[in-house]
Ligand binder design. Sequence first.
Ligand code: APR
Length: 280
Amino acid sequence: VDEDTPPRTLSSRSLSAVAEHILSGKAKRIVVMTGAGISTAAGIPDFRSPDTGLYANLASLDLPEPEAVFDLGFFKVNPRPFYVLAKELYPGNYHPTVSHVFVRLLAEKGLLHHLFTQNIDCLEREAGIPADKIIEAHGSFASQRCIECKKEFDAVKMKEFVRNGDVPRCEDETCKGLVKPDIVFFGEQLPRAFFDRRQLAEQADLVLVMGTSLQVHPFAGLVNLAEERVPRVLFNLERVGSMGSQADDVLVLGDCDEGVRKLADELGWREELEAKWREL
Ligand code: APR
């Protein structure tokens, strides 16, 4: 393929080429990278979509800027806006999407090398994707601790606090520090496991990028770790990051569930996909 080949946008040809790559057995180590766009169909707003994104709707919380809701410095001074948001985002009220179930299918067929997600909604786990195949690069609501003494805080009590919109504090009388879910705030390090497992992204023989603006590093850099010749497929409303710049990139622009359904059709997995999604 010569260099000035225009990026191939959605066409059944390119999705059938992706399906062929998978069915031929050439793709055994598929690496998937996801963002909030795969959970919008579950009813969880993403962050940066112009009207519906969280950052467009936090104005009511009089934040200095929207991202402050996830800023550690701001949280220490005023934890309330985060807990208003936590009440809305807290796992348990949402259902995994077709896109989540497609990743589970890849795992069940022994084709999922690893899933890197930026999402904190735990829908990957609820979809039945094996935990050892998931890296929650920005943490999740699954656990919480005192930001001062790091003592873990009880999950049942946490649910209560979040439901009531109250701010939980460390139960150690000598500490009384603020409690925060193990979500990676701006200004915090990503989990150790993210850096330990980056080489899994380098070993990919197919990369699927779904529902992310690729605005936040170091996560966004994952998409450039696979070798040059490895096909990369973007399922996203719009083109993002470096996607589309390599000859073997495939852009499936539009709703990710629809794009995934088209790929499932090309793979002959559509029935299985819909059945598993309905069973959840
Ligand atoms: N189908 C396909 N794409 C979608 C859909 C959909 N149904 N809904 C939204 N999108 C796309 C948006 O167009 C956008 O490109 O998903 C992307 C979501 O981007 P963001 O809102 O920026 O979410 P994300 O990329 O996950 O943000 C990364 O930013 O605030 C931090 O830590 C937070 O993990 C988050 C990180």
